[in-house]
Ligand binder design. Sequence first.
Ligand code: GUN
Length: 297
Amino acid sequence: MTATVIDGKAFAANVRAHVATHVDTLRDEHGITPGLAVVLVGEDPASQVYVRSKGKMTVEVGMASFEHKLDADVSEADLLSLIDRLNNDPTVHGILVQLPLPGHLDSDLVINAINPAKDVDGFHISNVGLLATGQKSMVPCTPLGCLMMLRDYHGSLSGMDAVIIGRSNIVGKPMAQLLLGDSCTVTIAHSRTKDLPGVVRRADIVVAAVGRPQMVPGDWIKPGATVIDVGINRIDKPGGGTRLVGDVDYDSCAQVAGAITPVPGGVGPMTIACLLANTVTACCRAHGLPEPEGLTA
Ligand code: GUN
């Protein structure tokens, strides 16, 4: 079998177009422009690339983008004071603090200082609790993007066996909550899981989010399963240079799976698209307007 390739790049372009339509309506019918504030502390090159890309796409869909770049040695008090200002700024509907933060800053404290209604990353403890109890929340962008692609491909996910490899707060745990919400039987596997290949072989849906290049080989995949690869790892090419690979070994998995997301061009583009979707959702909720359909869990 050769897997169907789930085109995250095209899917993300559709989500952004849907977001842009809602932004137009908010502006034309209500005089509101959704605004997203991104806070970057320090000069981590990968974070700088992400933040630039987020700003560009925010503007492309017609929203306002506010970038706040702080020195790597900023005090926690100054960062918290900026967050307080953004919490109270009515032109800002979404706030994202780029992670990781430098070591002297307490990430949990900083994230939990964001107004949960503006927490478009869905990392605030209130949003984590709301998601875990099936209540309306802001949903973390990467798992939301994975869920959208899975729903689009399968229709109903009810009764499917889902195995998530990785237990991070950003992907693994919220992904499990979302799949449980769609009535999957969910297993979260991790570095201490006994017989990981055997566990993964049971899955109708495999979500790989461990950050280890090409860790999942094709012979772990049940024939016909859907493989969602969240990993983005840069590895050396044999002849020199580097390339991006996921957490699954694409070539061998694509021989066995029913469907698979490529790297790059799978989950990655969906993350920023879902950030924009969350910002529109937050804006509609802030103004008591109906939320866009299909952009939330
Ligand atoms: N760093 C890597 N991924 C993310 C993300 O989804 N949100 C934030 N805030 N920082 C990140």
